[in-house]
Design a protein around this ligand. Structure first.
Ligand SMILES: *Cc1c(COP(=O)(O)O)cnc(C)c1O
Length: 351
């Protein structure tokens, strides 16, 4: 039976029903197993990972591997590319991925072709001869949206591999594997786990040979998740659809209110999801002061948690210089929208 994501999030990754079987998967702490089975060792498999992988797999529609972080999942993908392989990637995206790609490009490990992701024609023209297209949409933190159907169609015509970072949109908004992508990646740390208490990543694919290579990369790189983190993430996934939708309703209301505020010069929002980036009328220090002045919204990095967080992105040295100095990224949580707005209004008064 094909289920809606709201249902899969609740039903997937549970043990088989049997008298007195537990509803929830057990938390397995074991570095090794009795000999003779298909798993054998704690770096090769764990029941607590498998339950999480089953749930993400059902949401994304592909076989899934969990990793010790989103960056570990990203690194596994790049690690299976040959030396010097040409990769097409957005010139603006998650700072960690940008940093990694810049380093790989500088060292000759990969030949990275950075593109303006919203310029579909430019991206397609740059694809020829590439090995992989790395797409993040919407981008972190500028919230640029790529034309995924057009880019995937073009890439498939050229026979290129496509990986999509689906952290911001989540499978509630788009399912890249169904659209033709080869790999979908998550920073599970964010919306899926959703409680700002774990760092985890995942890769999903429908290509068996690719799955085997990525699993081998996880074994060799040793980038395996902790069982407790996997267990917590699955617990978080149970409420991911309702958290995401509640936060999205808040975000839409805050976008409307921010757009009317005299101290806000620009609001970026892709029309879905719970992350808003906005620019304030002032300097970098002014934007810092705004972030420091909130009482309800936590001044911290990260996103996708049940609690609202904000920060000035350029406070990080790794963040792209194309991101405006006075840009604040707000991850909207599930608090009451009027409480959030009161806090934002008060904080903006420092300007
Ligand atoms: C956070 C993030 C990552 C990295 O994930 P970690 O779990 O922090 O390693 C990758 N891509 C996007 C879009 C992110 O927001």
């Amino acid at each position: 039976m094909s289920l809606h994501p709201e249902t899969s999030a609740i039903t997937a990754g549970r043990p088989e029903a049997a008298p007195d079987a537990s509803l929830n998967p057990p938390l397995i702490f074991s570095s090794t197993y009795h000999a003779g089975g298909p798993v054998g060792y704690g770096r090769y498999g764990n029941e607590s990972w498998s339950a999480l992988e089953a749930a993400i797999g059902e949401l994304e529609g592909g076989a899934t591997l969990s990793f010790s972080s989103g960056m570990a999942a990203v690194s596994a993908v790049f690690s299976i590319l040959p030396i010097g392989a040409p990769v097409v990637a957005s010139n603006q995206g998650y700072s960690g991925v940008m940093g990694l790609l810049n380093q790989f490009h500088a060292s000759g490990r990969l030949e990275v072709r950075f593109v303006e992701i919203t310029n579909t024609e430019e991206v397609i023209n740059t694809m020829k001869g590439a090995a992989l297209v790395w797409l993040e949409s919407p981008t972190n933190p500028c919230l640029d949206v790529a034309d995924l159907p057009a880019l995937l169609t073009a890439a498939k015509k050229l026979g290129l591999g496509v990986a999509v970072d689906n952290t911001f949109a989540t499978p509630l908004v788009q399912k890249p594997l169904a659209m033709g992508a080869d790999i979908v990646m998550h920073s599970v740390t964010k919306f899926l786990a959703g409680h700002s208490d774990v760092v985890l990543g995942s890769l999903s694919t429908n290509d068996e040979a690719l799955f085997a290579r990525l699993e081998q990369a996880r074994r060799f790189n040793g980038s395996v998740p902790g069982p407790f983190e996997a267990w917590l993430a699955l617990r978080g996934i149970r409420s991911f659809p309702i958290r995401f939708r509640a936060a999205e309703i808040n975000a839409k209301e805050l976008v409307a209110r921010l757009s009317q505020h005299s101290k806000v010069t620009k609001v970026r929002y892709p029309g879905f999801g719970a992350v808003i980036s906005f620019e304030v009328d002032g300097t970098a220090e002014d934007a810092e002061k705004v972030c420091e002045s909130s009482e309800l919204i936590t001044h911290a990095t990260s996103l996708g948690g049940i609690e609202s967080l904000w920060e000035r992105r350029r406070r990080w040295a790794l963040e792209s210089p194309s991101v405006p100095e006075q840009l604040i990224r707000l991850s909207v949580g599930c608090e009451h929208v009027d409480d959030l707005w009161k806090d934002i209004e008060k904080a903006l008064k420092v300007l």
